[in-house]
Design a binder for this molecule. Structure first.
Ligand code: GCW
Length: 677
């Protein structure tokens, strides 16, 4: 029975007529399989073509007639007669072409590196899975960002922070002696969507991973991932020199501390020559950092950057900082801390910025740091795991959420400078670019905790490759690859996906509300909580509801967090006449009887949004029920049951939230409010 283990690489057998159409193009293949990455590409073709067409291609040493496939890099003698526009595609780009070679017509997959060829191979397989024509192939593609990273929040005891898919995949106890074959499947899945970096451990983890025995285990994983073009990175706990180095301080300007990190970097590279570098969470939520020694984030990041630079490693320094000792609106704290440091970081430092200024809410406006640090490479960090969106049971396709962020116009330096453009445009020639996604992967047989959460892993990879890609196109590909290429099946699935995130926004945090989840675990509603020691952890801090109204005034009459955005943005969102409804209460405190521009009072509209959230979940249930019997029973039933949980919990959110708002607003429920079933 289908379990979901195969993800979007199911390679479902094609109907005989389809198979007959493709088979003549794949009689044999030519590739230098002494090169590990090309060997991985060949294995994937054997697996994919074997399953889809019924038999894998023959392995040949040379072009031998029409109907072959050739994998080659730019320096291969096979390409000598062909004038191919490979140079502009960079190290990881590829071409797929139908070409005439001496000896026969073939499909050529070419790149400037073996990794490029591997990406091209996965793309070719995708074309077949999607049943596209392949008679006159002329595909050229290259990633728009250099670092396409998965961040694992995995601890060494295999507990995954904010993970809802079982334990950590990394079985440290059995490593390095035993490398689970699943690590290879993990690498295949990532390579198929272009992910080229993995941070193996949690930003909150202790420093043990940097000790010699663990580095041997990391080396074993790096060895599995290397053929798939994936480099390994680790988090660097700032206090490691004290905790595992025996020093008295971790002061980044202390020579002994600097020497310790340099020696540590040298040690790591001696074990893992292509080690990627460090990810750091410093002076955030209790983690140690340079501020402990009155040093700046730049001092801290640059010390690590200097240790890594001789080996080509990079530092990804997180901008997720806020403090209970700072009275400023939490929304403003990261920008206040980092904007003055623009231009003060080494070239091998990237600043990793969450999509919004608070914390991975179902909806947030884009982070004001995007566009505000023109001299510093900024990475976008998104959360694939659904900490604030119902964990694994609620269906929420996040492609639409990330698209909304990526297409937001920062107006910096000019109109049209979307977040995507900020990410894609290097701040100097050869400057780094990248995106990071907090992984939703664990030991569950379906990897992600639910069938539909696989789509978020997939969409993340596709958007890190091309931040301008459209969420609907990605959803369509994923649905066809994962469920069925038959549009009678895929279309309703895409429709469900496209409406799913807005449903969650509506039943959890409509009209620009945010951070109303229960304390700690963040599952379920708790807008009434206001007594936690740290003020900015209280839902009440965010909604500010009282008898008069609701919402957080971030205009100049309030905290003026809006002042951190470009004037065009501040003007539009700061004015009640132009702020979109979806961000109304994020930026404004308005009376309960405020007249919405679209008609009706805020109160009536608020209640209606909750109702709409439930209605959409019911729509999703209806669409799913029409697929009964048309897809494999096990996956179908799992989704049906999860949707039932979501329906019930959407109502929990609605009823608890409205009851609380009503206790504050003292308004009657509007006519037409859906009664509980
Ligand atoms: O979203 C919050 C989470 C923490 C997480 C933190 C962070 C890794 O609740 O679990 O810690 O963000 O991003 O550092």
């Amino acid at each position: 029975a289908e379990t979901g283990y195969d993800l979007w690489l199911r390679y479902a057998p094609l109907a005989p007529s389809q198979a007959q159409r493709y088979a003549p193009h794949f009689r044999y293949l030519v590739a230098d399989t002494t090169r590990p990455t090309l060997a991985a590409a060949v294995q994937e073709l054997d697996r994919g073509l074997g399953r889809m067409l019924g038999s894998p291609p023959a392995h040949a040493g040379a072009v031998q007639g029409n109907g072959g496939i050739v994998l080659a890099t730019a320096d291969s003698p096979l390409l000598s007669g062909l004038d191919l526009p490979l140079a502009p595609l960079g190290r990881e780009g590829f071409l797929i072409r139908s070409v005439a070679m001496p000896g026969g017509r073939v499909i050529l997959v070419a790149g400037n590196s073996d990794a490029g060829v591997l990406y091209g191979t996965f793309r070719l397989l995708r074309l077949l899975q999607l049943q596209q024509p392949i008679d006159a192939l002329a595909v050229a593609d290259a990633p728009k960002l250099q670092l396409r990273v998965l961040d694992h929040w995995d601890n060494l005891d295999r507990y995954v922070e904010r993970g809802y898919a079982g334990q950590s995949l990394w079985d440290w106890q059995k490593l390095p002696g035993y490398t689970d074959p699943r690590y290879t499947d993990y690498a295949r899945a990532n390579a198929s969507i272009g992910i080229n970096a993995t941070v193996l451990n949690n930003v909150n983890a202790n420093a043990d991973i940097l000790t010699a025995p663990y580095l041997q285990k990391v080396k074993a994983l790096a060895g599995v991932f290397r053929p798939y073009g994936i480099r390994v990175y680790l988090t660097a706990r700032f206090s490691a020199p004290i905790e595992i180095g025996g020093l008295k301080t971790a002061d980044p300007l202390d020579p002994a501390v600097r020497a310790w990190w340099k020696a540590k970097a040298d040690e790591i590279y001696a074990v893992i020559p292509d080690f990627g570098g460090f990810l750091v969470k410093a002076n955030s939520e209790g983690q140690p950092g340079p501020s402990d020694y009155k040093r700046s984030h730049a001092d801290g990041a640059n010390m690590l950057a200097d240790a890594l630079a001789p080996h080509g490693g990079v530092v990804m320094w997180r901008a997720f900082v806020y403090s209970e000792h700072n009275d400023a609106d939490r929304h403003k704290q990261a920008s206040e801390e980092f904007v003055p440091l623009d231009g003060k970081f080494r070239d091998n430092v990237l600043l990793q910025v969450k999509n919004g200024a608070i914390d991975f809410q179902p909806r947030e406006p884009f982070h004001p740091l995007f566009g505000a640090m023109p001299k510093t490479p900024l990475m976008l960090e998104v959360q694939i795991t659904k900490e604030y969106l119902g964990f694994a049971t609620h269906l929420a396709y996040l492609g639409t959420m990330w698209e909304e962020v990526l297409e937001s116009d920062t107006f910096r330096p000019r109109a049209g400078s979307t977040v995507a453009k900020v990410l894609e445009t290097p701040v100097a020639p050869r400057a780094l670019t990248g995106m990071a996604g907090v992984a939703n992967i664990g030991t569950d047989i379906n990897w992600s905790g639910s069938q539909f959460d696989q789509a978020n892993w997939y969409a993340y990879g596709r958007l890190a490759w091309d931040p301008d890609a459209r969420a609907v196109d990605i959803a369509r590909d994923w649905a066809r690859l994962t469920w069925s290429a038959d549009s009678a099946i895929a279309d309703p699935i895409v429709a469900m996906m496209m409406e799913s995130r807005e449903a969650v926004v509506n039943y959890m945090t409509p009209l620009g509300l945010g951070h109303l989840m229960a304390t700690g675990h963040h599952y379920g509603p708790a807008p009434w909580v206001s007594d936690l020691a740290r003020p900015e952890w209280n839902p009440a801090y965010y909604h500010r509801a009282d008898a008069n109204g609701i919402g957080f005034d971030r205009t100049p009459t309030g905290t003026n967090a809006l002042g951190q955005y470009a004037p065009e943005v501040a003007k539009r969102w700061g004015d009640l006449k132009t702020v979109p409804d979806r961000l109304l209460l994020w930026f404004h405190h308005v009376p309960w009887d405020y007249r919405m521009r679209s008609g009706g009072t805020l109160w009536d509209r608020l209640v209606a949004q909750y109702d709409a959230g439930i209605t959409t979940v019911e729509d999703m249930q209806r669409r799913w029920s029409t697929l009964d019997g048309k897809i494999d029973a096990r996956r179908w039933a799992e989704v049906r049951d999860f949707l039932a949980i979501q329906r019930q919990e959407a109502q929990w959110w609605r009823d608890a939230s409205i009851a609380y708002w009503q206790s504050v607003s003292h308004r009657p429920l509007p006519a037409g409010h859906l009664p509980p079933p």
